[in-house]
Design a protein around this ligand. Structure first.
Ligand SMILES: NC(=O)c1ccc[n+]([C@@H]2O[C@H](COP(=O)([O-])OP(=O)(O)OC[C@H]3O[C@@H](n4cnc5c(N)ncnc54)[C@H](OP(=O)(O)O)[C@@H]3O)[C@@H](O)[C@H]2O)c1
Length: 358
């Protein structure tokens, strides 16, 4: 495989573009694309529009215009060959006259597959699998989890003190972390299709769970708010039931059942915001794909723990995670992690309805 430095840097930009629309494209993948002119100069870029809108390649080609002719399209996901709500991207690339297509992730669904083959048959050079892992671990991760496991990707977010307390002994937990960390939580919510809490958190904190900007204004697009409340303890006056965003109060018996309900509603990326009892239930079932932990340099010495009982008694059985990122957020620290032991049920779907394709 021969890939130029310009193509690799275009692929890094395509990953960024995909990440920029995360949370707005479900059930479609958040794809990014860059078009390079024949001399390697970037002349167009695009990312997947909300469902029904144009795919990333089409947007990038529109921007490039005639400069795409004889050039290269760099895309995070193989261009689709099927007509869904929009036409096949492979045909759009052929019509624009691109000579070469560089792809990170080969299309995993049969429904939308065949794009590379169609392009090659028309004489276009296609490179598949370029910086594939980075793309799979980036904005495409949520959609790929849906394809492979038939469930949404789960990000568990928790804010705790140095000694791992998420609330003080009197139950107060509102200001564990500072304003920068809280703003980061709003940005994280915006990348998700649903935000999930247990009834314990709803009763203790009465959170609104909306996405708000730095001035406290509600964002135009709000994720679905979800409260797991099997005993129906949530009062009608709970703030999560206001009209600022849609809300689902679920009595699902298990995290897996809840994720099934959410998947059926086109949710592909879930933010699990607690609390410790529900987080433990997801972790026990192997249903956490990424963790975002905000640690405040404070000690409480007592209070609710970061996570409830995981049924682990020996250190040899500890649930181990790998640190993937470390950032200062004001006076607090954000640690991003991935569980190294994934017990999820891996299943490759052979067709994927309207959700296939770039
Ligand atoms: N600092 C933070 O980041 C943070 C975040 C969240 C919460 N908190 C704190 O955590 C405390 C609340 O903790 P919590 O553990 O009670 O809250 P929780 O985990 O949000 O809620 C627990 C409740 O969820 C319900 N649930 C539904 N399905 C479940 C399942 N499959 N497995 C387990 N539970 C399920 C159960 O009630 P039903 O049986 O009625 O369904 C259970 O009592 C509060 O003090 C809050 O301030 C802190």
């Amino acid at each position: 495989m021969t890939v130029s430095a310009a193509e690799l840097s275009a692929m890094a930009r395509a990953r960024e573009l995909g990440a920029g629309v995360l949370g707005t494209t479900s059930p479609n993948p958040a794809v990014g694309a860059v078009v390079l002119a024949a001399d390697g100069t970037p002349v167009g870029e695009g990312a997947t529009a909300p469902p029904g809108g144009p795919h990333a390649e089409v947007r990038a080609l529109e921007q490039a215009g005639e400069r795409a002719c004889g050039g290269t399209a760099v895309v995070t996901l193989e261009p689709c060959a099927h007509t869904g709500r929009t036409g096949p991207c492979a045909d759009a690339l052929l019509a624009a006259g691109v000579a070469r297509v560089v792809v990170a992730v080969p299309e995993p669904t049969q429904l939308a597959g065949g794009g590379a083959a169609r392009l090659r048959a028309a004489g276009v050079e296609v490179e598949l699998g370029v910086a594939q892992q980075a793309a799979e671990e980036g904005a495409l991760g949520a959609w790929l989890t849906g394809v492979r496991e038939g469930r949404p990707f789960v990000v568990w977010k928790v804010a705790g003190t140095l000694d791992g307390r998420v609330a003080a002994a009197d139950g107060s937990s509102r200001w564990v972390t500072g304003p920068d960390a809280r703003a980061a939580v709003h940005r994280l919510r915006a990348t998700c299709d649903a935000v999930v809490i247990g009834s314990g958190t709803a009763l203790a904190d009465d959170p609104q769970l909306t996405v708000r900007d730095a001035d406290g204004r509600d964002a135009a697009r709000q994720p679905l708010r979800v409260v797991l409340d099997r005993r129906r303890r949530l009062p009608r006056t709970a703030r999560v039931l206001d009209d600022a965003a849609p809300t689902l109060v679920s009595t699902a018996a298990s995290p897996r059942e809840l994720l099934g309900e959410l998947f059926a509603r086109d949710v592909r990326r879930v933010l699990l915001e607690g609390g410790p009892t529900l987080a433990a239930a997801f972790l026990r079932d192997g249903l956490v794909d990424e963790a975002v932990v905000h640690l405040a340099p404070k000690l409480l010495g007592a209070g609710a723990p970061l996570v409830g009982d995981l049924g682990i008694t020996g250190i040899g059985n500890a649930l181990t995670l790998t640190v993937t990122g470390l950032t200062h957020l004001g006076g607090d620290v954000e640690i991003r992690l991935r569980p190294t032991r994934h017990t999820g049920d891996r299943r490759v779907a052979d067709h994927h309805g309207a959700t296939g394709g770039s």
